[in-house]
Design a protein around this ligand. Structure first.
Ligand code: ZN
Length: 149
Protein backbone atom coordinates (compact mmCIF):
# COMPACT_ATOMS: atom_id res chain seq x y z
CA UNK A 1 0.00 0.00 0.00
CA UNK A 2 1.39 3.42 -0.94
CA UNK A 3 1.96 6.28 1.49
CA UNK A 4 -0.94 8.14 -0.08
CA UNK A 5 -3.26 5.21 0.58
CA UNK A 6 -2.01 5.01 4.17
CA UNK A 7 -2.83 8.68 4.61
CA UNK A 8 -6.31 8.21 3.16
CA UNK A 9 -6.86 5.20 5.38
CA UNK A 10 -5.89 7.33 8.37
CA UNK A 11 -8.51 9.98 7.49
CA UNK A 12 -11.22 7.29 7.44
CA UNK A 13 -10.04 5.73 10.72
CA UNK A 14 -9.84 9.11 12.47
CA UNK A 15 -13.30 10.20 11.36
CA UNK A 16 -14.78 6.84 12.31
CA UNK A 17 -13.21 7.04 15.78
CA UNK A 18 -14.15 10.68 16.44
CA UNK A 19 -16.85 11.67 13.97
CA UNK A 20 -17.47 15.40 13.49
CA UNK A 21 -20.96 16.83 14.00
CA UNK A 22 -22.21 13.52 15.42
CA UNK A 23 -25.29 14.74 17.32
CA UNK A 24 -28.98 15.34 16.87
CA UNK A 25 -30.27 18.81 16.01
CA UNK A 26 -33.62 19.58 17.66
CA UNK A 27 -34.07 22.82 15.68
CA UNK A 28 -33.08 21.44 12.28
CA UNK A 29 -35.01 22.84 9.32
CA UNK A 30 -34.62 19.54 7.41
CA UNK A 31 -33.90 16.00 8.52
CA UNK A 32 -33.73 12.98 6.26
CA UNK A 33 -33.09 9.33 7.08
CA UNK A 34 -30.77 7.33 4.85
CA UNK A 35 -30.52 3.56 4.79
CA UNK A 36 -28.14 1.19 3.03
CA UNK A 37 -29.77 -2.26 3.33
CA UNK A 38 -26.73 -4.04 1.83
CA UNK A 39 -24.56 -3.16 4.82
CA UNK A 40 -27.08 -2.02 7.43
CA UNK A 41 -25.80 1.57 7.53
CA UNK A 42 -28.54 3.84 8.85
CA UNK A 43 -28.18 7.58 9.51
CA UNK A 44 -30.27 10.67 9.90
CA UNK A 45 -28.83 13.88 8.46
CA UNK A 46 -29.93 17.18 10.02
CA UNK A 47 -29.64 20.50 8.22
CA UNK A 48 -30.24 24.05 9.33
CA UNK A 49 -30.78 26.21 6.27
CA UNK A 50 -30.37 29.97 6.39
CA UNK A 51 -31.90 30.96 3.08
CA UNK A 52 -29.75 29.08 0.59
CA UNK A 53 -26.84 28.50 2.96
CA UNK A 54 -26.29 25.38 5.06
CA UNK A 55 -25.60 27.12 8.37
CA UNK A 56 -25.40 23.89 10.37
CA UNK A 57 -25.29 20.16 9.70
CA UNK A 58 -25.14 17.11 11.91
CA UNK A 59 -25.88 13.40 11.78
CA UNK A 60 -26.68 10.48 14.01
CA UNK A 61 -27.05 6.78 13.49
CA UNK A 62 -24.87 3.73 13.06
CA UNK A 63 -23.03 1.84 10.40
CA UNK A 64 -19.65 0.64 9.18
CA UNK A 65 -16.43 2.68 9.40
CA UNK A 66 -16.62 3.89 5.81
CA UNK A 67 -20.22 5.12 6.06
CA UNK A 68 -19.61 6.89 9.36
CA UNK A 69 -16.34 8.49 8.23
CA UNK A 70 -18.00 9.61 5.02
CA UNK A 71 -20.89 11.23 6.90
CA UNK A 72 -18.38 12.95 9.20
CA UNK A 73 -16.25 14.33 6.35
CA UNK A 74 -19.39 15.33 4.43
CA UNK A 75 -20.72 17.27 7.43
CA UNK A 76 -17.36 19.06 7.79
CA UNK A 77 -17.05 20.13 4.18
CA UNK A 78 -20.61 21.29 3.49
CA UNK A 79 -21.09 23.49 6.55
CA UNK A 80 -21.33 27.10 5.38
CA UNK A 81 -21.75 26.07 1.74
CA UNK A 82 -24.69 27.07 -0.42
CA UNK A 83 -27.18 24.50 -1.67
CA UNK A 84 -25.61 24.75 -5.13
CA UNK A 85 -22.03 24.28 -3.83
CA UNK A 86 -23.11 21.26 -1.76
CA UNK A 87 -24.85 19.72 -4.77
CA UNK A 88 -21.69 20.20 -6.84
CA UNK A 89 -19.64 18.42 -4.15
CA UNK A 90 -22.20 15.59 -4.09
CA UNK A 91 -21.75 15.04 -7.83
CA UNK A 92 -17.95 15.24 -7.58
CA UNK A 93 -17.90 12.80 -4.66
CA UNK A 94 -20.22 10.39 -6.48
CA UNK A 95 -17.99 10.47 -9.56
CA UNK A 96 -14.94 9.90 -7.34
CA UNK A 97 -16.22 6.82 -5.49
CA UNK A 98 -17.80 5.28 -8.59
CA UNK A 99 -14.47 5.65 -10.39
CA UNK A 100 -15.86 8.01 -13.04
CA UNK A 101 -13.07 10.42 -12.21
CA UNK A 102 -9.68 10.14 -10.51
CA UNK A 103 -8.71 11.93 -7.29
CA UNK A 104 -7.01 15.20 -8.08
CA UNK A 105 -8.78 15.41 -11.42
CA UNK A 106 -10.13 18.96 -11.59
CA UNK A 107 -11.40 20.48 -8.35
CA UNK A 108 -9.51 20.02 -5.12
CA UNK A 109 -11.61 17.55 -3.18
CA UNK A 110 -9.44 17.79 -0.07
CA UNK A 111 -10.39 15.15 2.49
CA UNK A 112 -13.03 13.75 0.17
CA UNK A 113 -10.15 12.28 -1.84
CA UNK A 114 -9.64 9.86 1.08
CA UNK A 115 -12.55 7.89 -0.35
CA UNK A 116 -11.17 7.48 -3.87
CA UNK A 117 -9.93 3.97 -3.00
CA UNK A 118 -13.52 2.90 -2.40
CA UNK A 119 -14.09 2.76 -6.17
CA UNK A 120 -12.04 -0.47 -6.19
CA UNK A 121 -14.59 -2.08 -3.87
CA UNK A 122 -18.05 -1.87 -5.51
CA UNK A 123 -19.80 -3.26 -2.41
CA UNK A 124 -18.49 -0.35 -0.34
CA UNK A 125 -19.46 2.42 -2.75
CA UNK A 126 -22.96 2.53 -1.28
CA UNK A 127 -21.49 2.84 2.22
CA UNK A 128 -19.37 5.81 1.17
CA UNK A 129 -22.13 7.57 -0.72
CA UNK A 130 -25.03 7.03 1.69
CA UNK A 131 -24.61 10.28 3.64
CA UNK A 132 -24.25 12.21 0.39
CA UNK A 133 -27.38 10.66 -1.11
CA UNK A 134 -29.21 11.57 2.07
CA UNK A 135 -27.89 15.13 1.90
CA UNK A 136 -28.91 15.33 -1.77
CA UNK A 137 -32.44 14.26 -0.82
CA UNK A 138 -32.54 16.82 1.99
CA UNK A 139 -31.56 19.57 -0.44
CA UNK A 140 -33.73 18.61 -3.40
CA UNK A 141 -36.82 16.65 -2.35
CA UNK A 142 -39.48 16.59 0.30
CA UNK A 143 -38.83 12.90 1.01
CA UNK A 144 -37.99 12.11 4.61
CA UNK A 145 -36.37 8.75 3.82
CA UNK A 146 -33.96 7.51 1.18
CA UNK A 147 -32.46 4.12 0.47
CA UNK A 148 -29.45 3.22 -1.64
CA UNK A 149 -31.55 0.45 -3.23
ZN1 ZN B 1 -21.43 0.14 5.20
Amino acid sequence: MSAINDLYQQVILDHNRSPHNFRTMPDATRSVEGFNPLCGDHYTIFLKMNGDVISDVSFEGAGCAISKASASVMSSVIKGKTREEAEKLFHEFRDLVTGTRAAGDGADLGKLAAFSGVSEFPARVKCAILAWHTLHAALTTEDAKVSTE
